[in-house]
Design a protein around this ligand. Sequence first.
Ligand code: SAH
Length: 214
Amino acid sequence: MTDAAAERKMQFLFALRSRGVTDKRVLNAMEKIDRGAFIRGIFAERAYEDTPLPIACGQTISQPSVVGLMTQALEVHPRDKVLEVGTGSGYQAAILSQLARRVYTVDRHPRLVREAQGVFDALSIANITTFTADGSHGLPDHAPFDRIIVTAAAEDPPGPLLAQLKIGGIMVLPVGQSDTVQSLIRVRRTETGLEYDELRSVRFVPLLEGLGRD
Ligand code: SAH
């Protein structure tokens, strides 16, 4: 690594810590997985800034500190089976792949899924399975999940996703109208029902129905 690259990485990790990402395992995963590998074209040079950036299909790769905080809130254990709805660039799934046994990630845009799969292959990440589908229905064939993370905002937590969460499971997702204030919510399924807590305000692209055109 060049001095400049090492310096950039140190600043990237410092920004994460100063924004509340303190979990060692999460920080290690974010140190290991190069965000630059998930961004193409002119925005690639801004990969280490704590900012969301445009990706294909009019979507965005989330802000690194938000990725870190959501991953931390998910309390992933090494044996967990995790579902991510909203593959996008694949960055969040790659971070999860370092913390969980297996990650299933689904996006409604075939192109994003294809490109993310290409990056996972290039990085030799073998414990992520990608799907092109409307993820608001979850993945019934692979349910139930220990952890579910949704990286697009719905008005309410989708029922099928709640139904596919194991007892003891945790789901983290943004809820609210698109383009207005959304809240990051954590849902825990207990023996007796669902417990909700609100973590912070966030801004995500909307969870849309059906498949994208490309
Ligand atoms: N987690 C991503 C960022 C996701 S942006 C990353 O790390 O880069 C939100 C993504 O959700 C977009 O790619 C969008 O296509 C996807 N999305 C929106 N609605 C969806 C749905 N119903 N099912 C699956 N994916 C959806």
